[in-house]
Design a protein around this ligand. Structure first.
Ligand SMILES: [Zn+2]
Ligand SMILES: [Zn+2]
Length: 233
């Protein structure tokens, strides 16, 4: 074990996993994977997360050796890597820290976040020709009822965002009524409702918030449909 890892072995043993020293890498190579030690709750949480990533078309690689420099993380940590900007390619790193807010005296609140390298991000935006989006209100808020609808919504939300529509949905497990109330507060132009009926019909309920009108729109090609409606006015 290298001197740095020996020194932090008691208070920060996980750092051994991402140590770059040869002696430590040899130790890690023979160590059991952290994925083998997940409790049932964490294992099913991780499964669900991977399902969401797949639904969003995120090309995620499971790396059991990622360690963040701070100790408050719970469950998943992640890095976002870009290949275009050379060897120092992690643009962003973070994770979930469900215990942190309670630890500093707040209410028990689930949380996640990340740190980002500003210079790397700017470099990457330039390489990809990304223009910063116009800040403003939401175009669409997606309201869901039930687990199946949530799973479908992941895909829908990411498709709408990719089509350039400012879209959000519930991250807090709110009731349907509370989701509507929240959507109203965001000042969004449209609410899309996904429930059992909608899934069975393959059509979401679209509410035009200003006009107060509702209609069904096919889930297939929904981004194009919304953009066409927005172009009408
Ligand atoms: Zn080491
Ligand atoms: Zn667990």
């Amino acid at each position: 074990m290298c001197p740095a890892c020996r020194e932090r072995y008691e208070r920060n043993p996980l750092r051994l996993l991402d140590c770059k020293e040869d002696s430590c890498r040899a130790l890690v190579a023979g160590a059991p994977s952290v994925l083998k030690s997940l409790c049932d709750d964490c294992a099913s949480h991780f499964e669900r997360l991977r399902g969401y990533l797949a639904a969003m078309g995120v090309d995620a690689v499971v790396d059991p050796l990622i360690v963040r420099g701070l100790d408050y993380y719970t469950r998943t940590v992640f890095e976002i890597v870009a290949t275009e900007i050379g060897a120092q390619s992690a643009v962003c790193g973070g994770g979930r820290y469900d215990g942190l807010i309670a630890q500093v005296g707040g209410p028990d609140t689930p949380a996640m976040g990340f740190g980002m390298g500003m210079e790397r991000l700017l470099l990457l935006m330039e390489k990809r020709g990304v223009v910063p989006p116009d800040p403003g209100l939401l175009d669409v808020y997606v309201v869901t009822l039930g687990d199946a609808a949530r799973a479908a919504a992941v895909q829908m939300v990411s498709g709408l965002r990719e089509a350039g529509l400012r879209t959000d949905w519930d991250h807090a497990g709110r009731s349907m009524k509370a989701q509507f109330k929240y959507a109203d507060r965001t000042g969004c132009r449209f609410v899309l409702v996904l429930g059992e009926d909608e899934l069975a019909q393959g059509a979401a309920t679209l509410r035009d918030m200003a006009a107060g009108r509702e209609r069904k729109v096919p889930m297939d090609g929904i981004a194009g449909t919304l953009k066409a409606i927005m172009g009408e006015k």
